[in-house]
Design a protein. Structure first.
Length: 294
């Protein structure tokens, strides 16, 4: 069996309206990028997605379809794909027709130039994005960029290429939901991997979106904080330490100047201990993180 240059993983959940068109268009684009493996993970679809995929698999020997018995989530489908992949590079895209899949050969070629991950950043000239999803992403991108210590144009794009061996190192940590892409982006950047962001367009999806803005935004915030604690604990805890140190200083000044004679109150001592404990916890977490990677 020929070793593929890359494996393209397409997670699919109730995409009967788009999946056939997506797979058929992918075939024409992928032939330009060398030998490939096309792997579609049907994540417990309840519509006609399964039947359509089985028909497509009979027509194309390069297409492999894996079925989940129940819906496990976007990240769960991708992790199944990574475990089954044979190519040294992993490409992921969505089944809903939103991403410019004709750019895949270009992204694969760039990743082959020595990058650990190449992300299709949705910052092109033609990007259709709901306003309700734009607003929280402004904060999330700023916070994630601060943790990673570099600008992140698009933290959770679903069109990207990355090395399979690196993804396997993070697989136990990557979530089963929509936060898969957010987490692997921060994991790569905080581990000082070489990540390239390439501007792409983003089209309106075919069918109904599975993203719930409020719930998923809260999950993104939690995931970013958790990932930051895992890879950059000092960076995450620095605002807490700074706020506690400032409160300690203000309380100490009040103790000195607000009374006829200086009086160190319990409040100042408590704030000082909070600052000290937070700093020690951050340093300990950073030491554990560095030892685990050595």
């Amino acid at each position: 069996m020929t070793q593929p240059a890359f494996t393209l993983i397409v997670p699919a959940y109730n995409e009967e309206g788009a999946i056939r068109k997506t797979i058929e268009s992918l075939r024409s684009y992928l032939t330009q990028a060398g030998p490939y493996e096309l792997l579609v993970v049907n994540d417990g679809s309840t519509d006609a997605t399964r039947q359509i995929l089985e028909e497509l698999a009979k027509e194309d020997s390069a297409l492999t379809v894996v079925h989940h018995s129940r819906n496990g989530g976007y990240g769960s489908a991708l992790k199944t794909g990574v475990r089954r992949a044979r190519g040294p590079l992993i490409v992921i895209t969505d089944a809903d027709g939103t991403y410019p899949n004709e750019r895949i050969p270009e992204l694969v070629a760039k990743c082959g130039e020595g990058w650990d991950m190449v992300v299709g950043s949705r910052t092109g000239d033609e990007v259709t994005y709901p306003l309700i999803r734009k607003i929280p992403k402004v904060f999330l991108k700023a916070y994630a960029s601060w943790i990673a210590r570099q600008p992140i144009p698009d933290i959770n794009s679903g069109l990207r290429v990355f090395r399979r061996d690196l993804a396997e190192q993070y697989l136990h940590f990557l979530p089963g939901g929509f936060s898969f892409t957010t987490t692997i982006t921060l994991a790569m950047l905080t581990s000082y991997r070489r990540v390239l962001f390439v501007p792409i367009d983003y089209r309106p999806r075919i069918g109904k979106s599975k993203i719930k803005p409020i719930r998923d935004t809260l999950n993104f915030v939690q995931l970013i904080a958790r990932t930051g604690m895992y890879f950059a604990p000092v960076r995450v805890l620095l605002p807490v330490i700074g706020a506690a140190a400032l409160a300690t200083f203000v309380s100490l000044c009040y103790d000195i100047f607000a009374y006829e004679s200086p009086n160190l109150t319990d409040k100042t001592v408590t704030l000082f201990m909070l600052t000290l404990n937070s700093a020690m916890f951050a340093l300990l977490a950073d030491m554990i993180d560095k030892r685990s990677r050595s």
